[in-house]
Design a protein. Structure first.
Length: 180
Protein backbone atom coordinates (compact mmCIF):
# COMPACT_ATOMS: atom_id res chain seq x y z
CA UNK A 1 0.00 0.00 0.00
CA UNK A 2 2.92 2.32 0.71
CA UNK A 3 3.99 2.36 -2.95
CA UNK A 4 0.56 3.63 -4.00
CA UNK A 5 0.80 6.58 -1.63
CA UNK A 6 4.32 7.25 -2.89
CA UNK A 7 3.06 7.25 -6.48
CA UNK A 8 0.22 9.63 -5.60
CA UNK A 9 2.42 12.03 -3.64
CA UNK A 10 5.28 11.97 -6.15
CA UNK A 11 3.10 12.75 -9.15
CA UNK A 12 1.07 15.36 -7.28
CA UNK A 13 4.41 17.09 -6.64
CA UNK A 14 5.43 16.71 -10.29
CA UNK A 15 2.08 18.15 -11.39
CA UNK A 16 2.16 20.96 -8.85
CA UNK A 17 5.72 22.04 -9.63
CA UNK A 18 5.52 21.90 -13.42
CA UNK A 19 4.97 25.30 -14.99
CA UNK A 20 5.38 25.85 -18.70
CA UNK A 21 4.65 22.48 -20.23
CA UNK A 22 6.36 19.18 -20.80
CA UNK A 23 9.97 20.36 -20.93
CA UNK A 24 9.65 22.21 -17.65
CA UNK A 25 8.55 18.96 -16.02
CA UNK A 26 11.85 17.18 -16.63
CA UNK A 27 13.92 18.56 -13.73
CA UNK A 28 11.18 17.80 -11.18
CA UNK A 29 10.48 14.39 -12.71
CA UNK A 30 14.17 13.49 -12.74
CA UNK A 31 14.68 14.58 -9.14
CA UNK A 32 11.61 12.75 -7.85
CA UNK A 33 11.69 9.49 -9.84
CA UNK A 34 15.39 8.97 -10.56
CA UNK A 35 17.42 10.71 -7.88
CA UNK A 36 15.12 10.43 -4.84
CA UNK A 37 13.26 7.17 -5.45
CA UNK A 38 15.34 5.28 -8.04
CA UNK A 39 12.18 4.12 -9.79
CA UNK A 40 13.60 4.61 -13.28
CA UNK A 41 16.95 5.28 -14.94
CA UNK A 42 17.94 8.36 -16.95
CA UNK A 43 17.65 6.30 -20.13
CA UNK A 44 14.16 5.09 -19.24
CA UNK A 45 13.11 8.66 -18.49
CA UNK A 46 14.36 9.78 -21.90
CA UNK A 47 12.57 6.91 -23.62
CA UNK A 48 9.29 7.54 -21.79
CA UNK A 49 9.57 11.24 -22.52
CA UNK A 50 10.32 10.72 -26.22
CA UNK A 51 7.37 8.39 -26.72
CA UNK A 52 5.11 10.69 -24.69
CA UNK A 53 5.89 13.57 -27.03
CA UNK A 54 4.57 11.79 -30.08
CA UNK A 55 1.51 10.33 -28.38
CA UNK A 56 -1.77 12.21 -28.18
CA UNK A 57 -2.32 13.92 -24.87
CA UNK A 58 -0.36 15.82 -22.30
CA UNK A 59 3.34 14.94 -22.17
CA UNK A 60 3.44 15.08 -18.38
CA UNK A 61 0.46 12.75 -18.00
CA UNK A 62 1.78 10.30 -20.59
CA UNK A 63 5.23 10.20 -19.00
CA UNK A 64 3.75 9.82 -15.52
CA UNK A 65 1.57 6.97 -16.74
CA UNK A 66 4.59 5.15 -18.22
CA UNK A 67 6.42 5.38 -14.90
CA UNK A 68 3.33 4.34 -12.95
CA UNK A 69 2.89 1.38 -15.30
CA UNK A 70 6.46 0.27 -14.73
CA UNK A 71 5.88 0.38 -10.98
CA UNK A 72 2.38 -1.10 -10.62
CA UNK A 73 0.93 -1.97 -14.01
CA UNK A 74 -2.29 -0.48 -15.33
CA UNK A 75 -3.49 0.68 -11.92
CA UNK A 76 -0.14 2.39 -11.29
CA UNK A 77 -0.38 4.09 -14.70
CA UNK A 78 -3.87 5.42 -13.97
CA UNK A 79 -2.90 6.51 -10.46
CA UNK A 80 0.22 8.36 -11.64
CA UNK A 81 -1.58 10.05 -14.55
CA UNK A 82 -4.51 11.20 -12.42
CA UNK A 83 -2.23 12.35 -9.61
CA UNK A 84 -0.17 14.44 -12.04
CA UNK A 85 -3.33 16.21 -13.25
CA UNK A 86 -4.95 16.99 -9.88
CA UNK A 87 -2.76 20.04 -9.03
CA UNK A 88 -3.32 21.55 -12.48
CA UNK A 89 -7.07 21.20 -12.16
CA UNK A 90 -7.09 22.87 -8.76
CA UNK A 91 -4.74 25.65 -9.86
CA UNK A 92 -6.61 26.32 -13.11
CA UNK A 93 -9.97 26.56 -11.39
CA UNK A 94 -8.55 28.86 -8.71
CA UNK A 95 -6.72 31.10 -11.16
CA UNK A 96 -9.60 31.26 -13.63
CA UNK A 97 -12.01 32.32 -10.93
CA UNK A 98 -9.72 35.14 -9.80
CA UNK A 99 -7.65 36.09 -12.85
CA UNK A 100 -10.39 36.97 -15.29
CA UNK A 101 -10.96 40.22 -13.46
CA UNK A 102 -7.26 41.07 -13.11
CA UNK A 103 -5.60 39.84 -16.32
CA UNK A 104 -5.32 43.34 -17.78
CA UNK A 105 -3.35 44.67 -14.80
CA UNK A 106 0.22 45.54 -15.62
CA UNK A 107 1.55 43.73 -12.54
CA UNK A 108 -0.14 40.48 -13.61
CA UNK A 109 1.29 40.78 -17.12
CA UNK A 110 4.78 41.34 -15.66
CA UNK A 111 4.34 38.33 -13.37
CA UNK A 112 3.56 36.15 -16.38
CA UNK A 113 6.62 37.52 -18.16
CA UNK A 114 8.74 36.53 -15.16
CA UNK A 115 7.28 33.03 -15.13
CA UNK A 116 8.08 32.64 -18.84
CA UNK A 117 11.73 33.54 -18.18
CA UNK A 118 11.90 30.94 -15.42
CA UNK A 119 10.41 28.31 -17.73
CA UNK A 120 13.15 28.99 -20.28
CA UNK A 121 15.79 28.32 -17.62
CA UNK A 122 14.06 25.06 -16.62
CA UNK A 123 13.96 23.97 -20.26
CA UNK A 124 17.66 24.75 -20.76
CA UNK A 125 18.54 22.72 -17.65
CA UNK A 126 16.49 19.79 -18.95
CA UNK A 127 18.08 20.02 -22.38
CA UNK A 128 21.53 19.86 -20.82
CA UNK A 129 20.64 16.63 -18.98
CA UNK A 130 19.03 15.14 -22.08
CA UNK A 131 22.04 16.11 -24.19
CA UNK A 132 24.50 14.33 -21.88
CA UNK A 133 22.53 11.09 -22.08
CA UNK A 134 21.46 11.22 -25.73
CA UNK A 135 24.43 12.58 -27.65
CA UNK A 136 27.09 10.05 -26.70
CA UNK A 137 29.19 9.78 -29.85
CA UNK A 138 29.73 11.28 -33.30
CA UNK A 139 26.85 9.35 -34.88
CA UNK A 140 24.31 10.54 -32.33
CA UNK A 141 25.63 14.09 -32.74
CA UNK A 142 25.09 13.85 -36.52
CA UNK A 143 21.58 12.44 -36.04
CA UNK A 144 20.82 15.22 -33.56
CA UNK A 145 22.08 17.91 -35.95
CA UNK A 146 20.10 16.49 -38.87
CA UNK A 147 16.85 16.18 -36.93
CA UNK A 148 17.32 19.62 -35.37
CA UNK A 149 17.88 21.14 -38.82
CA UNK A 150 14.86 19.35 -40.24
CA UNK A 151 12.66 20.56 -37.40
CA UNK A 152 13.96 24.11 -37.71
CA UNK A 153 13.92 24.56 -41.48
CA UNK A 154 11.06 22.33 -42.62
CA UNK A 155 7.47 21.71 -41.68
CA UNK A 156 7.98 17.97 -41.20
CA UNK A 157 5.78 16.52 -38.47
CA UNK A 158 7.54 15.79 -35.16
CA UNK A 159 6.12 12.27 -35.39
CA UNK A 160 8.02 11.72 -38.65
CA UNK A 161 11.19 13.14 -37.10
CA UNK A 162 10.94 10.77 -34.14
CA UNK A 163 10.37 7.80 -36.45
CA UNK A 164 13.34 8.86 -38.60
CA UNK A 165 15.52 9.21 -35.49
CA UNK A 166 14.50 5.75 -34.30
CA UNK A 167 15.25 4.24 -37.72
CA UNK A 168 18.62 5.99 -37.87
CA UNK A 169 19.41 4.66 -34.39
CA UNK A 170 18.53 1.11 -35.44
CA UNK A 171 20.57 1.42 -38.64
CA UNK A 172 23.66 2.70 -36.85
CA UNK A 173 23.45 -0.09 -34.29
CA UNK A 174 23.00 -2.64 -37.10
CA UNK A 175 26.09 -1.39 -38.91
CA UNK A 176 28.50 -1.45 -36.01
CA UNK A 177 27.38 1.35 -33.73
CA UNK A 178 27.96 0.87 -30.04
CA UNK A 179 25.21 -0.61 -27.89
CA UNK A 180 23.87 1.46 -25.03
Amino acid sequence: MKIYFQIIWTFIKVGALTFGGGYAMLPVLQRETIEKRGWITEEEAMNYYAVSQVMPGIIMVNTSAFIGHKLKGKFGAALAGISAVIPSLIIIVAIASVLSGFSELEAIQHAFAGVRVCVIVLIINSLEKLWKNAVVDRITLIICACIFSASLFTKVSPVILVICSALLGVLTLSFGGKKR
